[in-house]
Design a protein around this ligand. Structure first.
Ligand code: AMP
Ligand code: MG
Length: 422
């Protein structure tokens, strides 16, 4: 009896035609989604988080001239005796922004501050902690010093002609600093992708409206808005679309005329009110519609004209899971930058996690550091795909691979921090 059960095909997860793995879905998204063409030239501050269109070559050296890395004394090493102490005459000072204008002779030194240009005739800076000022005001230095000591050479950070930022890089704070250090005030970046989204469902009302029996508030448009608003994209919120074929077709046609990426939620299962797939078949093409993922199995990916379409499931947690796993990479590709592979960390499960083999699961967890500074993780209570608080109270996904059949306390698992929890 038990043998029979073991060898019988699982009736919970029967072989499902058309269902592809998470990795395959990502690969096919990667093949379909092309970067936007248009670019704009912007002041560098406005380029933060935008994608650089052409490699940036340094127009000059940084630093432009040799300068001091320390507060101390600039001198010529040839002035120092091979052994013992040398006394030097201090002939002036050099400050950042106010160089010493003369030339150092033998036996002379210049008081110098960090960032000041190295005076003519000097080839080292002795830090002030290693020099002594004698009662007569002469500067006493021992013989341990070497040519180039405490000097930042011209071009040491960036040499003229170096590529400092490759094309296709999403510009971060340090990139803005590098651009500014080169005197570059403006940069050509890809335009922001336009993302339009709508919810589907006859049961949905928007916040601010009265909740009649049988209706629920539309939460997906708000969590989607929250995830999109953090990204460098232009957003169009198209509201709620009712469950009928004409409204869906109209909404898809309108959205695709205005956006590079169209996202809908709901209406992608196999129920009788699920009109997204037939509407897409009418006015576009379908690439795939079922992924071995939990939550989020019914996800329709295709194209309408030159726009990418992603029909996410209706369940609120599935929306957020599929957004992080599939929409984010698609937006990276549209933006013209490389897809960032998710950063998975190892953590020790603090409790039992139930799972059946067959799909990659994204359970919602809270990861904390244990006494040994290692990650441990537990789940956030009930894990149903409609339990939105399972994700609002989480700081990470617990990612369980297709073949996992559950986790025991103490087992190692992979976790992926939620972008917005960090
Ligand atoms: P569907 O995929 O349209 O069958 O929706 C699956 C489940 O998610 C149903 O219980 C819907 O009521 C719910 N749902 C769909 N869209 C939303 C939404 N925008 N906000 C909250 N719940 C939704
Ligand atoms: Mg629905």
């Amino acid at each position: 009896m038990s043998e029979q059960i073991a060898s019988a095909p699982s009736c919970v997860d029967p072989f499902e035609p058309g269902m592809i793995t998470v990795a395959e879905a990502l690969e096919r998204i990667g093949e379909r989604v092309l970067p936007v063409h248009a670019c704009e030239r912007l002041p560098i501050r406005e380029c933060l988080n935008r994608v650089n269109n052409e490699a940036v070559k340094a127009p000059r050296d940084v630093p432009p001239r040799p300068n001091s890395a320390m507060d101390g004394y600039a001198l010529a090493i040839s002035s120092l005796a091979e052994d013992g102490i040398t006394e030097l005459e201090e002939v002036g000072s050099a400050f950042a922004g106010t160089p010493f204008s003369g030339t150092l002779g033998a036996g002379q030194c210049v008081r110098i501050m960090t960032g000041a240009l190295i005076p003519e005739g000097a080839d080292a800076v002795v830090m002030q902690e290693q020099a002594e000022v004698g009662a007569d005001g002469r500067i006493r230095v021992d013989s341990r010093h070497r040519v180039g000591e405490n000097i930042r050479q011209a071009g040491e950070d960036v040499a003229r002609g170096d590529t400092v930022i490759e094309a296709g890089v999403r510009l971060g704070p340090a990139d803005l600093g590098v651009l500014a250090s080169l005197g570059i005030a403006q940069l050509q970046v890809k335009r922001k992708p336009v993302v339009a989204f709508f919810s589907t469902g006859d049961e949905l009302v928007s916040v601010g409206e009265k909740l009649e029996p049988g209706m629920i508030y539309d939460s997906n448009r708000y969590s989607l808005y929250g995830m999109l608003a953090r990204l460098p994209v232009d957003i169009i919120d198209l509201g709620v679309v009712r469950d009928n074929p004409e409204s869906m077709r109209e909404a898809l046609a309108d959205a695709s005329a205005r956006a590079d990426l169209v996202i809908s939620t709901g209406g992608v299962s196999v129920g009788e009110a699920d009109y997204i797939k037939p509407a897409l078949a009418d006015i576009g093409t379908t690439e795939f519609w079922k992924i071995a993922i939990k939550p989020g199995r019914p996800l329709t990916f295709g194209q309408i004209g030159s726009s990418i379409f992603m029909g996410l499931p209706g369940n609120p947690v599935a929306v957020m899971v599929t957004f992080t796993q599939f929409v984010l990479p698609a937006i990276d590709l549209l933006s013209g930058t490389r897809r960032r592979p998710p950063l998975l960390l190892r953590a020790r499960a603090t409790e039992r996690l139930r799972k059946k083999p067959g799909r990659t699961e994204f359970q919602r967890g809270i990861a904390t550091l244990d006494q040994n500074n290692e990650w441990q993780v537990g789940k956030t209570g009930k894990q149903g795909s409609g339990i939105l608080t399972s994700i609002s109270s989480a700081n990470c996904f617990i990612v369980l691979p297709d073949d996992s059949d559950g986790v025991e306390p103490g087992d190692e698992v992979s976790i992926q921090f939620l972008d917005w929890s960090m």
